[in-house]
Design a protein around this ligand. Structure first.
Ligand code: A3P
Length: 277
């Protein structure tokens, strides 16, 4: 499902002209988009005076398909980015990505997160984000997740669609939230190899410190505290930032039913996730 704010500008999204050095950051919502965006922005532009301390992350890395009244559409924000490379965020399933990104052979970064934590994070996000559909009761929310009724559709189709794309599109790096949580510096190194960057150990350490959960939670340019559409008194954007918080929310029965459905849906895929680390 795509809500109105992601389709009103569709012609411009579809016809968006990518540049060869654009970097597309793609995720299913709540998989670690902001985290990866901040890391990549720090790697490229961390040395730019005032940038990360004055410009919120959603302006440094615009959200391509968003179009909300009173705000610059994401396509326009991306077109107007003064920096190179342009870092552009999308939640679109792979088949809806504007074809120009593939034609220009852009680098694409995808981060995926295990279904249970991803779903839980999305639930809390829908509770606090005034532009999102009402979350409703948790039990029903699990069902909506499994039947692909959340915004941006089925998690199963999203993570598998992007996973399968790797086979035909080598300029793509598929990352996992759990790996980033396990060893952030290692994943930053991995990312740098893919991007062709060779920062010093000291610089990598700086980026690691700057993009740890606590640092981002306390950074008003990364934690969305400047955005009025979110009521962070209901649930903060930087909520927990952990792997395995789902255990505190799923009942035993919900978990068993989920596991059964999950197994059925993921059976044929070579993609596997860690639900805990
Ligand atoms: P939780 O709700 O589980 O805390 P997105 O940016 O895709 O909307 O994802 C938001 C989720 O990523 C939230 O998950 C948020 O706390 C988590 N997150 C953001 N920055 C993080 C970081 N530096 N380390 C770990 N998790 C982070």
């Amino acid at each position: 499902m795509l809500t109105q704010m992601f389709i009103t500008n569709w012609q411009r999204v579809k016809n968006f002209k990518a540049r060869p050095d654009d970097i597309l950051i793609a995720t299913y919502p709540k998989a670690g988009t902001t985290w990866l965006s901040e890391i990549v922005d720090q790697l490229y532009f961390g040395g730019m005076e005032g940038r990360s301390s004055n410009i919120p992350i959603h302006e440094r890395v615009p959200f391509l398909e968003i179009c909300v009244e009173g705000f610059q559409p994401g396509t326009e924000a991306a077109e107007n980015l003064p920096t190179s490379p342009r870092l552009i965020k999308t939640h679109l399933p792979v088949q809806l990505v504007p074809k120009s990104f593939w034609e220009q052979n852009c680098r694409v970064l995808y981060v995926a997160r295990n279904a249970k934590d991803n779903l839980l994070s999305f639930y809390h996000f829908d509770r606090m984000n005034k532009l999102q559909p009402e979350a409703g009761p948790w039990d029903k929310y699990i069902q909506k997740f499994n039947s692909g009724q959340l915004v941006f559709g089925s998690w199963y189709d999203h993570v598998q669609g992007w996973w399968n794309k790797r086979e035909s599109y080598p300029r793509m790096l598929y990352l996992f939230y759990e790996d980033m949580k396990e060893d952030l510096t290692r994943e930053i190194s991995h990312l740098c190899s893919f991007l062709g960057l060779s920062p010093s150990e000291k610089e990598k350490e700086r980026v690691t410190q700057k993009t740890k959960f606590e640092a981002m939670k306390n950074n008003s340019m990364a934690n969305y505290s400047t955005v009025e559409i979110m009521d962070q008194s209901i649930s903060p954007f930087m909520r927990k930032g952990t792997v395995g918080d789902w255990k505190n929310h799923f009942t035993v029965a919900q978990n068993e039913a989920f596991d059964e459905e999950y197994k059925r849906r993921m059976e044929k895929s070579t993609l596997s996730f860690r639900m805990e680390i």
